[in-house]
Each structure stands twice: as C-alpha cells, then as structure tokens.
Design a protein around this ligand. Structure first.
Ligand SMILES: [Zn+2]
Ligand SMILES: [Zn+2]
Length: 450
C-alpha cells in the first residue's frame, strides 16, 4: 500500500494502479490547536493575504469566535464578518446573495467556519468570485470539507454544482470533540459507508471496465477499520477516537481527489440516502443529516449485498430478466410516478440507459459472467452490521429505516429506484440485469422493517 508521506499537503504520487494521483489542498491540519494556523497563513500557504472574511453563524461564533479573532489578531490579519443569525444556515440563493453583498474588494480570502452548509456556500462563492477560502470544520460530520462541488438548494431543489476546494483546512480537535452528538454520529455514518462504496466501485470495474484503484480502496479501508475499532470511544468524546474519525473522513475526501471521482467515498448507500432525501423534500417531511441517512442506508446495503451474493448465478436466465424488465415507456411512466417534478432531472441522468433487447441481454450476460468473481471477492468482506449498530446506538443515532420515517413500502421503493438518482453503476444496477432486484428489495425491506 502506498500512502504519500505528505498526505496533509498538496501532493502527487505515482500509484500502483499506474496512475499519478494528486491532491490540491495546500495545507490540512487535524490537531489540537489547529486554529492557530489561521494567523499563520503567510507561513503555511506561502502568500500574504490582506484581509479575511469569516462566514459563520451566530451560535458557532459565540462558541469559538474569540479564538478565531485571537488567532487572526496574532497574525496581524484584519477581517470582516458575515454572521448568519440562524444556527442552521441554508445553502440557498438568499444566503449566496447575502455573502456577495457583504464581500468587498479589500477582501482576498474567506474563512468558512461550520459544517455542511457554510462550506457549500463558501465553495460556490469562492469559485465564482475567485477568492480562495480556508475551511474551519466545526464537526467531523461528513467527508466533504475538501470537496470541489457545492450542494445547494436552488429554487427549492437540491442541486450539486461544480465549485472549488478550499486552499487549507484547519480542523481543531478541541472544537470537533465538542460538536453535537448527532453531527458526530453522522460523521461515523459517512465513514462506515466506504466499505460498500468500494464494493460498488469494484463491481463496475469488473463488469464495465471502469478505472479502479485498489490502493486507494486499501488506504481508505485501513483508516475506516482503525476508526471502527475505537468507535465506541467516539461517544465518550475520546480525543484520539475523534481524531481518527476526522482523519478518516479527510482521507476519504483526499481519495476522491486522487481518482477524480466520488467512487472511493460513495456508492449505492449514497444513492439510497439521496433518494430518501428527495422523497422527504417532496412530501414535506423532515430531512435528516446526510451521514445519518448514509449510516442507515449502509446497513440496508449490507443486507442487499448479503442477499444478492448468497445466490447461485448459474441458474439465472438473462432472457427472462429482460422480458420482466421495464421497457422504455413503462420505465418513463414509473419514473414520473416515483420522482414527480424531479423526473426530468432523472431522465437526464439516465439518458444512456439501455432499452434495446440485444444490448440489454448482452450486458446482462456480462453481469452474470462477472458475478462468481464478485461473489468470491466480496462476500467474505461484507461488514458486520452488529458492530456498526452498536456504535451508532452508543451515539444515540438511528439504526433502522423506520427511525428515519420509512415504512417497509418506502424502503422497498428506495431500493428499487435509488439507482436512478445518479448515473453511477452499483450492485443495484447489476441486480436489475440479473432480474432479482424486485425480490431483493422485497426481502431486504421486510428484514429491515422487523
Ligand atoms: Zn491508484
Ligand atoms: Zn457522504
């Protein structure tokens, strides 16, 4: 396994997969006292910045504002403050306009202090205004701090837009360890899912020849294992356990830069989470934290994997699977029923979906042929649900779909249609070609709803 020595600095390295992987973030620090680095941007980032612009919310500012100010003061760096009143900042048009209105041309870098939304806002503004930003995570709640995309709610619909990554990330363990319990649990959820995400990536590699990097998978898996081993201590806010979690999430973010796609960090469990998030929004139901949804959906995917990989693939009849599959018109009608006003977005995502008989069967046979190897490689590596459930319970986090407000029918629908939300091949796609998706969805939904 190759891990670059300077993993927390911008780097590139020749990997065993044959590719050169790189990571563009100049400086990442996950330590006690990392906030100190805000006042040392010149030393650490090699550039003199004239004036900072802090984006945060009033609650966080009350908690750590003084420390941030003190660090910047020590470095002699002036700053302006964009303070959102509400504790939960919304990543929408109004918030973007608010930031743009308060920016002025004396400002040459921004500091996003917070977790999800504040970083999504900083990323989009940073990208469009070409003002670099530093991320100061306040919770190890997800793996997106180093991301280059911005998840926004525009016109009431969730959209992911290309944006830019931060120039530096300063994650202070003293701050992370005091984050609300549900944010920490969400972080664990967004880390534990890497196991099933890696399986989905390998499946697409074996079936479709998609480029794949075992080294990246191994690097991420190693830190996931380390974090899981000490995970019962996360709830106690043990500093080492929190640091492991934060580092694991950060490495997962870096791994996405290495391979230029989200494969090492997200698979079908993320599609399921996006699907239930979309449905909740459609039905005006409360949303849950990304990592909380992902945690429960990872438990669902573990069952999906168990169920599918317990089958005997020899007896599968691909012609029959084609006969039972939804043909183009029926598919489109179903998508309109399930996704309502988001249907056009789903059609766009699936514009290359196969409907022609010959092509469909051809792909189905490819899936069937690959399944014995997939089974041999993956079945013994399917994670132990109990271990994950115990950790989530120790944090007071949900472990069952019904705790997210999902009935058995809701979960079955999610397993059936989650793959439509992203054009990214997973075991759920393979299951459709094997003709077993409906049955798997029914069995798993029933098992998880007991
Ligand atoms: Zn590689
Ligand atoms: Zn995620």
């Amino acid at each position: 396994m190759i891990i670059p020595k300077n993993i927390w600095q911008a780097h590139s390295f020749q990997c065993t997969c044959g590719q050169v992987h790189s990571q563009p973030i100049k400086d990442i620090s996950i330590t006690k006292g990392a906030l100190e680095k805000l006042g040392q941007v010149k030393e650490n980032l090699g550039k003199t910045y004239k004036k900072g612009f802090i984006i945060t919310d009033s609650l966080l500012y009350e908690l750590i504002g003084e420390q941030i100010k003190a660090s910047l003061d020590r470095g002699g760096i002036p700053y302006a403050l964009c303070l959102f009143d509400t504790p939960s900042v919304l990543p929408n048009e109004a918030s973007i306009v608010r930031i743009l209105a308060e920016l002025d041309d004396t400002i040459d870098f921004m500091i996003a202090v917070g977790s999800g939304a504040v970083n999504d806002l900083a990323r989009i503004v940073s990208s469009r205004c070409r003002i670099p930003y530093i991320s100061v995570p306040t919770a190890a709640s997800m793996d997106g701090y180093s991301a280059e995309v911005s998840l926004l709610v525009l016109n009431g619909i969730k959209k992911t837009l290309n944006a830019t990554h931060p120039i530096a990330i300063y994650a202070d363990i003293n701050i992370l360890k005091n984050a609300p319990a549900k944010l920490v649990a969400a972080g664990f959820g967004d880390l534990i899912c890497k196991k099933t995400a890696a399986f989905d990536w390998r499946i697409s590699n074996l079936i479709n020849g998609e480029s794949y990097c075992q080294n990246t998978v191994d690097v991420v898996d190693q830190i996931v294992e380390r974090t899981t081993t000490n995970a019962m201590k996360i709830a106690e806010r043990d500093e080492d356990a929190i640091k492991d979690l934060a580092e694991g999430l950060m490495i997962s973010g870096i791994a996405m830069h290495w391979v230029g796609k989200s494969r090492p960090a997200a698979g079908a469990e993320h599609h399921l989470a996006h699907f239930i998030g979309m449905k909740a929004m459609m039905n005006n139901k409360p949303a849950h934290l990304h990592g909380i949804e992902v945690a429960v959906m990872t438990l669902v995917m573990i069952e999906v994997y168990r169920e599918i990989l317990s089958r005997d693939f020899e007896t599968i009849n691909i012609n029959l699977a084609y006969e039972n599959s939804l043909k183009k018109d029926a598919y489109e009608n179903r998508i309109r029923e399930v996704f309502k006003e988001s249907a056009p977005q789903i059609f766009k995502e699936n514009e290359h979906k196969i409907f022609g008989k010959e092509e469909w069967i051809d792909h189905g046979e490819k899936v069937k042929k690959a399944m014995p190897q997939i089974k041999a490689e993956i079945r013994s590596k399917i994670p132990d649900s109990e271990r994950i459930i115990n950790v989530l319970k120790s944090m007071g986090a949900p472990t069952k779909p019904e705790e997210l407000g999902l009935s058995k029918a809701d979960l079955k629908e999610a397993i059936l249609y989650a793959k439509e939300v992203r054009n990214k091949y997973t075991i759920l796609d393979a299951a459709e070609y094997l003709g077993c998706l409906e049955q798997v969805a029914e069995t798993v939904a029933a098992r998880m709803s007991r």
